[in-house]
Design a protein around this ligand. Structure first.
Ligand code: TNX
Length: 479
């Protein structure tokens, strides 16, 4: 049994004793992969001074770049950057990739392959050749209903990296709170950083906090996609920026869990400057190429006004040089080619999303019945919602992304993204017990070729991972 999770595309077990790791095992890596090499050393119990940046680690472990980094297309167009291979023999271990992204995955998998033997660690003799199935393998985290501080986000990022997920989508604004400091509009966090859903924590990220999130993510090969949700889900903005309201008065704080009642107004002269300021500032803080503009559940907006407001938001995003991401409702507007459309509500808009894809959009699949990790496991779950049904571990594992949206051409799929909304999820233990173990199932759906998936074998590999989570103090649902 290989201990790697998600399961790699190819694992070829070889005869021989494997490679015995000692605290003095040399680990060689190019400077660009130094952080990955350090994490590997720590996981394998190798002393730091056994790390070297030469390409030669005869008798040790070598991480090697095999081609120039530059010309490979990135997420969401290609998985090539993330491909890697591992060879473990008695006299050495070599991880190769044509990009640092692949080397990172190779190092992560290598650390997982190590088996404890008589006080040391053994890497079994084998060859791994691997690349992800989907380029975009994300997790969307709602920090707007309940706030989670930087330390929590760092723990989420570490878990994501171990599961070879590569996009953290932060839902930063909603009716209940505004979580990212905006330099040109300080009132947003001054007033609405201090509110949250009933029972949840309030708070916000300063620019420096946010930098600590995107930096750690970059170290782990994870792209941060910030979401500012417009033109609905804006009560926190309407509370902090009274000029956005028809009477110029602030609306009340909202701490409930209804959706669809708040909205921007096209006829208000302050609306477009607000969009421009916010997206310009968020873009300036965000190294990744994407900004998510929300666009979901415009229940109190008439169709034409919704379309016009989404157009303005897309314009504000595009002007920053970033690529727009939007929830599926925005597919009925005219989106620039390459916009990422996120499909979540399986009973709505399938044809509209498929048509947008045919017209040049990239589709991100987050079908709520399989990918919404805020759904209860079963009726006895103390936390979570049920509007998309209950979601057991087995159901989180046993689905086929390309069957979720009829009429969608696989070539238009950017990838898959899980989501966790925090109406009922307030603490780290709440959060991790909803994510784990289902996020591991999701990650294998996202990474592993479908013919390789096997529920019983997954559950066996999961036992090893559960022990790791326990050691790290991460709550996981036992079912
Ligand atoms: C739907 S998914 C929402 C969120 C809720 C979530 C709860 C989406 C785009 N909108 O506002 O938090 O359901 O599961």
């Amino acid at each position: 049994m290989t201990r790697a999770l998600p399961l790699p595309a190819l694992v070829d077990e070889r005869p021989g004793a494997g490679f015995l790791v000692t605290p003095r095992t040399l680990i060689a890596a190019p400077a660009a992969a130094a952080a990955a090499a350090e994490r590997l050393a720590e996981a394998l119990g190798v002393e730091r001074d056994a790390l070297t940046d030469t390409q030669d680690a005869a008798g040790g472990i070598a991480l090697r770049l095999t081609a120039p980094v530059a010309d490979l297309p990135a997420v969401p167009e290609s998985v090539d950057r993330e491909a890697y291979a591992i060879t473990v023999g008695e006299d050495g271990v070599v991880v190769t990739a044509s990009d640092v992204a692949g080397l990172r995955h190779g190092a992560t998998v290598l650390a997982q392959l190590a088996e404890p033997v008589g006080g040391g660690l053994l890497l079994p003799a084998l060859r791994v050749e691997d690349r992800p199935r989907f380029a975009w393998r994300g997790l969307s985290l709602d920090v707007a209903r309940s706030f989670f501080p930087v330390a929590s986000i760092h723990r989420v990022l570490d878990v994501m990296a171990s599961l070879r997920l590569n996009v953290l989508h932060l839902h930063l604004t909603d009716d209940q709170g505004w979580r990212l400091e905006i330099a040109s509009r300080p009132r947003l966090t001054e007033l609405s950083g201090g509110t949250a859903v009933d029972g949840g924590d309030a708070g916000f990220y300063t620019a420096a906090d946010y930098a600590r999130i995107v930096d750690r993510a970059a170290d782990l090969g994870i792209v941060v996609v910030p979401e500012v949700d417009v033109p609905g889900h804006v009560n926190a903005a309407l509370h902090a920026e009274p000029a956005l309201n028809p009477d110029g008065e602030p609306v009340d704080v909202y701490t409930g869990t209804e959706v669809g009642f708040s909205r921007l107004r096209l006829e208000n002269a302050e609306t477009v400057p607000f969009l421009t300021d916010v997206f310009t500032d968020v873009a300036a803080m965000t190294p990744g190429p994407f900004l998510h503009l929300g666009g979901d559940e415009p229940l109190s907006l008439d169709g034409d006004e919704y379309v016009a407001l989404v157009d303005r938001a897309v314009e504000a995003v595009t002007r920053t040089g970033k690529r727009a991401v939007a929830w599926q409702e925005a597919a009925r507007t005219s989106l620039p080619a390459g916009t990422v459309v996120q499909f979540w509500h399986e009973q709505q808009d399938a044809d509209v999303v498929a048509a947008a894809a045919a017209a040049g959009a990239r589709v991100l699949l987050s079908p709520a019945s399989r990918a919404y990790l805020d759904m209860k496991y079963d009726e006895d779950s103390p936390l979570g919602l049920t509007w998309a049904g209950c979601l057991t571990l087995d159901d989180a594992y046993g689905w086929e992304p390309l069957e979720t949206l009829p009429g969608l051409d696989a070539a238009h799929v950017a990838g898959v993204e899980a989501a966790v909304w925090t109406e009922t999820i307030h603490t780290d233990d709440d959060l991790f017990s909803m994510l784990l173990p289902r996020l591991a199932a999701f990650a294998e759906v996202a990474w592993t070729p479908p013919h390789r998936r096997d529920l019983a074998a997954f559950r066996e590999r999961l036992d090893v991972v559960r022990a790791r989570w326990t050691a790290q103090g991460l709550a996981a649902d036992p079912r």
